[in-house]
Design a protein around this ligand. Structure first.
Ligand code: SF4
Length: 125
């Protein structure tokens, strides 16, 4: 069933379901399976609260380690599969739970935006 989706990219109503990819910190992923990120997406809360039920989480991967060595390659790959938006996990974006904000986040954001993808900072915090 086709459902209208509020696009964070243009602020306009789109017929196409939004496709979302998630990038997580490679270091934090050693101890975190990403439950909070997925729970927030599944419940459409916090950073996902603007999406309706038609939004799809099509990929989740880690940055590959400092300084985000595989972000460009994998974001380019998910773009081929129709990704519109890339969320950066909350652990990358904030000083929280003993983790520090990623020191490379600005360059990571830029490399994703330069591909033409919309970047949202945060997932579940
Ligand atoms: S580049 Fe940032 S997000 Fe990636 S491992 Fe290093 S600190 Fe974590």
């Amino acid at each position: 069933m086709s459902q209208e989706t509020q696009s964070p990219i243009s602020g306009q109503i789109s017929e196409k379901p939004l496709k979302i990819a998630l990038v997580r910190c490679h270091i934090v992923a050693e101890v975190c399976p990403g439950i909070g990120c997925f729970k927030a997406f599944n419940n459409k809360t916090v950073a996902f609260s603007n999406y309706n039920d038609s939004a799809e989480l099509i990929a989740a991967f880690t940055c590959g380690g400092c300084s985000g060595r595989r972000v460009h390659r994998l974001c380019k790959s998910v773009q081929k599969f129709g990704a519109d938006v890339v969320h950066l996990s909350s652990c990358m974006c904030k000083d929280m739970d003993g983790y520090s904000r990623c020191p490379h986040i600005d360059s990571i954001k830029k490399m994703i935006e330069d591909l033409g993808l919309f970047v949202v900072e945060g997932t579940h915090h």
